[in-house]
Write a protein that binds this ligand. Structure first.
Ligand SMILES: [Zn+2]
Length: 209
């Protein structure tokens, strides 16, 4: 994929995610893997109003080749996700209410979802009877440290679709922009369902099913 194609797809994804309230107050960042490296949103821009000037272009090892904006510290975690998951060509990082709250309510190291038909919106999941496990990492301002925790985790439990950062948000991957958007929308639906379920059934009943 050419950088310009990736940038237009990320601009569309930004508008879409912003309309749904998943990237408030310039939060989050989006990226894609391209034939010449990566493109990633620069820090501090409203994801609903992205333009070609709001992207930084990187080579295959993560050095900037184009774009004047300030790189987000979280770029490191995007690059780690690409390294760990060779099939990932898009990474969306969002700060939704459901992801932020649920990752705090669940005290363990993973959010385990089971019994929801919509689990099938994630690639490779064919039944509501499967357990969809999303790892949760404690938030850290040191992104290198956070990247290391994610990489270590991946060695024993490969990350397939997404990771949650506690009290912070979601990183979700996909092979193309359509798939990453479906994964994000599917997960947000599941997070909202799980939050409602915990409210109705009680936290104790719901933790780590
Ligand atoms: Zn963030």
């Amino acid at each position: 994929m050419h950088n310009n194609t990736a940038i237009s797809e990320l601009i569309a994804a930004g508008k879409w995610a912003s309309q749904r309230g998943w990237v408030p107050a310039t939060g989050g960042n989006f990226s894609a893997r391209t034939e010449s490296g990566f493109v990633v949103t620069a820090s501090g821009f409203d994801k609903g109003q992205l333009g070609s000037h709001t992207f930084i272009e990187l080579d295959h090892v993560g050095n900037r080749t184009r774009g004047a904006g300030r790189p987000s510290a979280e770029t490191e975690l995007h690059l780690s996700m690409y390294k760990l998951i060779p099939s990932a060509n898009f990474v969306l990082h969002t700060h939704s209410v459901a992801a932020t709250v649920l990752s705090r309510v669940i005290k363990g190291h993973s959010l385990n979802l089971q019994g929801y038909e919509m689990q099938k919106s994630l690639a490779g999941v064919s039944s509501h009877l499967d357990t969809l496990s999303i790892p949760i990492f404690d938030n850290h301002q040191d992104i290198d440290h956070l990247s290391l925790l994610v990489s270590d985790h991946h060695l024993h439990t490969p990350i397939e679709h997404a990771v949650l950062i506690r009290g912070h948000g979601l990183y979700v991957v996909g092979r193309n922009s359509k798939e990453v958007m479906r994964h994000l929308e599917g997960l947000e639906f599941l997070f909202s369902c799980e939050l409602e379920r915990l409210k109705l059934e009680g936290i104790q009943a719901g933790v780590n099913p």
